[in-house]
Design a protein around this ligand. Structure first.
Ligand code: NAD
Length: 457
């Protein structure tokens, strides 16, 4: 089997080599998952006790193995404290869904027919899961945990750039007694391994997180066999700051809500909309806050922002900085850096038609522009093909609720930069995706309803 070399973004040096799998490898993994689904009795009948045990074994492997955070940091470039948080979140997600195993079931329904009408909630079967490089272990958990908790088996394809934590987790799970075929990781390219997984006849459900362009392709390939598909895709979220907001808190939150994971975050608030009467005061405060962010070695505990994931991705982000300059926005800070590093970048006086306002940059770059009033803020925020996340800063509860209801987005925070709560649905509208992950809602993706009628006459 040929190999893919992984480059550590902070140093530019080779970090590891991983197998470049083929369609035949995908077939072996999917067949093993199919056998495991059929042979682990608890996975296919109505008790989920065994599923609960398996999910908890994986949660333990995440909690106990200290190797995951440094591996994630060296592979993705994210600060070590963020990697610790992400591994902790992944463990929490497995534990949350372990708790769901015996709480989700069917119903008895008061139908008109003379008998008992009831439903069962059954696993779908083999789930093909495809994840991106920005939050490798967290997104692995978001999909794998509810799938396994509901009694399915999983074949996971990590991003070719960042497979290390998922690979190691699957290995540890196997060593800890999770049967072969229950949770398998296959590494390789999207066009070969990803598509083979979607096309495989044993795979009944495809769960994808990644770019909108590839999401559209995933949907097309899955359409041939009418496979169930859920998609978490790109974003271009707005951070709306009203004149009557808590100024200090709005400024303090702006760096983390736009620069977390070096802006390689589908929920990054990359459009900052500021009420015109506050604009002249807010803009320099935002620039100053961005300039205070500590950029450096991601293994250092003090680092707040590390390098971008790869040289190729960094070049793509730099091309947006060039676009912002040539389209006439004012580069107020950043726009430079060595290797895969890029300093936090602020463009002021952006216009809605500029590419930096319309396209997902997926880097530490924000575009700031003023708005006139509440209606203008809503119009600008919704002027996007995406609808994933966003924030509203205001002290006026009426304004907060009016804007929240009017915004075309799947997630929204008021006076906060957060997006993800593992107990609540997460996902997007418009070109940001289909379906919701996390919370109990995610279990819909991984269960089928079966209706059974008993004629009692
Ligand atoms: P990507 O779409 O390039 O790749 C995502 C995954 O799909 C990778 O594993 C890749 O190998 C695979 N893939 C590529 N081509 C494929 C194909 N033809 N068939 C099947 N699989 C294929 O995305 P990326 O660059 O890894 O991640 C960045 C993107 O992910 C951004 O757009 C970001 O917004 C999005 N994202 C969304 C969410 C969300 O929850 N909405 C979360 C994180 C990232």
């Amino acid at each position: 089997m040929s190999a893919i070399d992984l480059i550590e973004p902070a140093t530019g040096e080779r970090l590891a080599s991983i197998p470049k799998a083929t369609a035949e490898d995908v077939d072996r993994a999917a067949r093993a998952a199919e056998r495991a689904f059929a042979s682990v009795p608890c996975l296919s009948i109505n008790t989920r006790d065994r599923a609960r045990q398996l999910v908890l074994v994986i949660a333990n492997q995440l909690r106990q193995a200290e190797e995951h955070p440094p591996a994630e940091t060296r592979n993705v470039g994210k600060p070590i404290r963020d990697s610790r948080d992400e591994v902790g979140l992944a463990a929490n997600v497995f534990e949350y869904y372990a708790g769901a195993t015996n709480k989700v079931g069917g119903q008895t329904i008061p139908g008109a027919a003379p008998g008992v009408l009831m439903t069962f909630r059954e696993p779908v079967g083999v789930c093909g899961i495809i994840v991106p490089w920005n939050f490798p272990i967290a997104i692995t958990a978001w999909k794998t945990a509810p799938a396994l908790a509901m009694g399915n088996t999983v074949v996971l394809k990590p991003a070719e750039q960042t497979p290390l934590t998922a690979l190691r987790l699957a290995e540890l799970a196997l060593e800890a007694g999770v049967p072969e075929g229950v949770f398998t990781v296959v590494t390789g390219s999207g066009s070969v391994v990803g598509e083979a997984l979607i096309r495989h006849p044993a795979v009944r459900k495809v769960s994808f997180t990644g770019s909108t362009e590839v999401g559209a392709r995933v949907m097309q390939v899955a359409a041939n066999d009418i496979k169930r598909v859920s998609l978490e895709l790109g974003g271009k979220s707005a951070n709306i700051i009203f004149a009557h907001s808590d100024f200090e808190r709005a400024v303090a939150s702006a760096p983390s809500s736009s620069l977390g994971n070096a802006g390689q975050d589908c929920c990054a608030r990359s459009r900052v909309l500021v009420e015109r009467s506050l604009y002249e005061r807010f803009a320099p405060a935002l620039v100053a806050a961005f300039e205070k962010v500590t950029v450096g070695n991601p293994l250092d505990d003090a680092t707040e922002m590390g390098p971008l994931v790869t040289a190729a991705h960094c070049a793509r982000v730099r091309s947006y900085i060039d676009a912002g300059k040539s389209e006439g926005a004012t580069l107020a800070t950043g726009g430079r850096g060595d290797g895969c590093f890029l300093y936090p970048t602020v463009f002021l006086d952006a216009k809605p038609e500029m590419r930096i306002m319309r396209e997902e940059i997926f880097g530490p770059v924000v575009a700031v522009m003023p708005f006139d009033d509440e209606a203008d803020a809503i119009r600008l925020a919704n002027d996007s093909e995406y609808g994933l996340s966003g924030s509203i800063w205001t002290r006026d509860i009426g304004c907060a609720l009016r804007v929240a209801r009017a915004m075309q987005t799947g997630n929204l925070s008021i006076n906060s930069g957060s997006s993800v709560h593992l107990e609540a649905p997460f996902g997007g509208v418009k070109r940001s995706g289909i379906g919701r992950e996390l919370g109990m809602t995610a279990l819909d993706h991984y269960t089928e309803w079966k209706t059974v009628y008993i004629d009692v006459r």
